[in-house]
Write a protein that binds this ligand. Sequence first.
Ligand code: ADP
Length: 398
Amino acid sequence: MDDYTLVMNAGSSSLKFCVYRRPEAESWRLEARGQIEGIGTSPRFSARDGAGGVLADQRLDAAVRDGRSALDSLAAWLGSRYGGARVLGVGHRVVHGGARFAGPTVVTPQVLEELRALIPLAPLHQPHNLAAIEAVLELLPGVPQVACFDTAFHRGQPAVAELVPLPREVCRSGVQRYGFHGLSYEYVASVLPRAAPEIAHGRVIVAHLGSGASLCALRDGRSVDSSFGFTALDGLCMGTRPGALDPGVVLYLFQGLGLSAEDVEAMLYTKSGLLGISGISNDMRDLLASSEPGARLAVDYFVYRAAKEIGALAAVLGGIDGLVFTAGIGENSAEIRRRICEASAWLGVEIDPEANERKGPRISRAGSRVSAFVIPTNEELMIARHTGRFLGLTEAPS
Ligand code: ADP
C-alpha cells in the first residue's frame, strides 16, 4: 500500500493543503495541492495534481463559514479520494513557537497546551493552526502530527536582535523579538545554493512580500535579524497591518480615543496597512490598478517602508551581496520589485528591467554589485520535508 503524508497551512480565511504520496519502492511525490479560500465570505475549493492538472475547482456551500467547517469539507474530499490510505504523518504550519520551540516538534497534549498559551501573541493565525491540529486528532487518531513553526528559523539570532528593551521582568515573561515567516525564509535559504550560488553563503536580504510582509537578513543561510518582532505586527506595511508603529500611538488609541483592547487589536490586525491608508483594498493588485490618491499613497508607503527596512538590515549585515523577492507581491509584481530595487540603488542594486518583467530568476544586471533574484517560496514543501525527516521517513519529500 502507498504511503501518504499531509501538510496543512490553516489561516484565518484560507486553508491550504498538500498531499504527498510514496508509491512502494519509489520516492515521495506531490500528489495534490489545493486550498479552500474565502472562508466566511464566499468559500471556494480548488486542488491540482502534482503536474498542475485541475482536480477540483468549485464553490462551496455558504455553510463553510469557519475554519472547522472548512476542515470538515477538506476531510470529506480527502476521504472520497484517498479513503483508507496509510497516512504516516501530518505536518502543520504553526505561526508561533514562542521561545521554547526552536525546531519542528511532534504534537502531544502537553505541546498543544503550550501552543494555546501563545494565542494572544498571534491571534490572527495561531487559533486556526491549532484548530487544524485538533481536527486531525479527531479524524485521524493515532497519526503523528508535526508542528513546524514560523518562529523557529530565527532562533539563535544575536541577543541584541532578539531584545525588546523593556524592564527585565517583562522580558522574562516572554517579551522578545521572535520573527515570523520562518518556513518561507528557511525554504528560500535551502534553495539558494542551487538558485543563486554566488550569494548563498554571503549577506542576503530576503523580502517576503505577501498579504503579510517581512524581511529577513541572512548570513551564510542563517537568520541574523528580521523585520518582524514580538508579534507579526512589526516591520513592513502589510495588507491590513501597519508594520512598525510608534508605541505612543497605541497609548493614544487607548487613552486619547478610549478604544477597547478588542477594538485596538482589530484595528492593528485587520483595518490598517494598505487597506487603512487607501480606504480601498488590502490587495496590491487593486491598488496598482487604481488612480485614486489613497491607493497611490498606500503603494508609495509600502515601497518607502520596504526600502527603509532594507537599509536597516543592510546596516545589520554590514552591506549586502544579494536581495531576494518572494511571496505573492514579491513573486508577481514587477512594478513593486522595480521600485524597491530603485530605492535600494545606493546599496549597489542595479535592476535589469527585462529580466524583472520576465520574473528572473535573476533580475539584476550583469556586473551589479548586489545580485537580485525572484525565488518562489514553498512553505508547504518545507513543512513536508520537516515532517518526513522528523518521522524518520527514509527520504523526505524534496
Ligand atoms: P499570504 O500567503 O500571506 O496570504 P500571498 O503570498 O499569497 O499572501 O500574497 C498575497 C498578496 O499578493 C495579495 O496582496 C495580492 O495582492 C498580491 N499579489 C498577487 N499577485 C499579484 C500581482 N500580480 N501584482 C501585485 N500583487 C499581487
